[in-house]
Design a protein around this ligand. Structure first.
Ligand code: HEM
Length: 413
């Protein structure tokens, strides 16, 4: 890790990056959940996308020179060219010191082989059989907890609990442990000190390795048991690999869907007529899900560290620099979408980057869309006259992004 950072600092001196005044105070990479609204965030990144090269130099707080890359074609090219725009280097620098290696930081043959081993349960047709039938019940159980109150803050009372319950039940982890495990997984990525991150990683490992051991002895009908027995080309997953995969699944599958359902409900409830149409026209529900992912992606940007000197959008970049691939800007490119700032309930969405692109494109994307669609149906059908109290709340974050709150009222039946 230190090698990368030191290299960056050296390059930084050599590069003499000039950062525009309005970008100076924003740490795009680490502004994850701070309770600060980045005012006019979309305007800021939209301006970079629409003017000049589409690339802007920025300082990332840890002293790294970075570049925002905002145009769809440039972002796709970076994701595709994984030998130069390395996920291994960015994971080694950002997450591996706390959680160790996971598939998100693998490259080339290793990554392809690992992805083959874990891919099958996440295929759409398999999810339709295994998870889809359970989703509505999971959502209804959570709604039951607040349905008689007449009001709720959906981010905490529904949007967070629901994906956690889905992952917990897919993995076969007892309900009473979901909250704690999810908290550890979150702290590993977002903990405020090195100590808290390491301690969360240790607690997570101890708990999960014990469950893996139990499943090896007595397999159940769950994902951990499947992962214990899967074999491709005479290769099986080790306990360590299963544990690392699970450590990735919690933040990858919970924080993202948590934000996306909050964003979707904010968009639906602040767009006149959208709720009524979604209740009457089931056929447009998948469009509303996809439009939400385009309109404000829960993973607003992702980093890659550059292995060799290169050029993006005509801008020269030195080895060791970080590119932040800004999905939030690309998804609103006016060259791709008319009135891109507007959330349109039945807009057909084609090209968009919320699930990234290339070899690491989101493994859980079909599950994410299914969860969002069922959440939409359950919330609109179960809570009559659902409306926002005091309008939409501010959106937070650059890398992980979503509404700070979704305060709603509804009729109690
Ligand atoms: C709206 C919800 C979601 C969004 C926006 C999202 C977005 C992403 C993105 C952008 C990546 C690429 C990471 C990279 O290239 O470094 C990714 C990877 C991944 N996602 Fe998701 N995700 C979502 C939901 C889920 C869910 C529900 C799961 C599973 C339960 C999941 C599991 C994964 C895994 C395992 C990877 C790593 C894939 C690899 O390295 O090959 N995601 N996701």
């Amino acid at each position: 890790m230190s090698g990368v950072i030191e290299q960056s600092k050296t390059q930084n001196d050599a590069q003499a990056i000039t950062v525009a005044k309005d970008l100076e105070d924003i740490d795009f990479l680490f502004t994850v959940t701070e309770e600060t609204e980045l005012k006019n965030y979309h305007q800021l990144i939209g301006k970079i996308r629409d003017e000049g090269t589409g690339v802007a130099p920025v300082w990332l707080k840890r002293g790294w020179p970075g570049y925002l890359v905002t145009r769809p074609a440039d972002i796709e090219a970076c994701y595709k060219d994984w030998e130069i725009f390395s996920s291994e280097l960015s994971h080694d620098a950002l997450t591996a010191p706390f959680m160790g290696k996971s598939m998100a930081g693998m490259e080339g043959r290793n990554h392809i082989d690992f992805r083959k081993l874990v891919n099958s349960p996440f295929k759409k047709k398999n999810l339709e059989k295994t998870i889809r039938p359970q989703l509505r019940q999971v959502a209804d159980t959570i709604i039951d907890e607040f349905a008689s109150n007449g009001s709720a803050e959906l981010m905490t009372e529904f949007c967070k609990k629901y994906p956690m319950a889905v992952i917990g039940s897919i993995l076969g982890i007892p309900t009473e442990n979901w909250e704690e495990i999810s908290g550890w997984a979150r702290d590993i990525f977002l903990g405020t000190s090195r100590e808290s991150r390491v301690s969360a990683a240790n607690s997570f490992s101890d708990y999960v390795l014990e469950v893996i051991q139990q499943r090896r002895e007595v397999p159940q009908d769950d994902l951990i048991s499947q992962l214990c027995t899967t074999e491709i080309d005479n290769r099986k997953l080790t306990d360590f690999e299963i544990k690392q995969f699970m450590m990735l699944l919690f933040p990858a599958g919970v924080d993202t869907t948590w934000m996306s359902i909050g964003t979707m409900m904010t968009a639906i409830l602040s767009t006149p007529g959208a709720k009524e149409r979604l209740l009457l026209e089931p056929d447009i529900r998948d469009l509303a899900v996809q439009e939400t992912l385009r309109w404000d992606s829960p993973i607003g940007l992702l980093p890659r560290i550059i292995r060799h000197d290169t050029t993006v959008g005509g801008v020269k970049m030195a080895a060791g620099s970080t590119v932040c691939l800004v999905h939030s800007a690309a998804n609103r490119d006016p060259k791709l979408y008319e009135n891109p700032e507007q959330w349109i309930v039945d807009r057909p969405v084609g090209r968009m980057l919320s699930f990234a692109f290339g070899p690491h494109q989101c493994l859980g994307q079909h599950l994410a869309r299914m969860e969002m669609r069922v959440a939409l149906e359950a919330l609109l059908e179960r809570l009559p006259n659902l409306s926002l109290i005091d309008g939409p709340s501010a959106f937070w974050g650059t890398a992980v992004r979503g509404p700070s709150a979704v305060n709603v009222s509804f009729d109690v039946s």
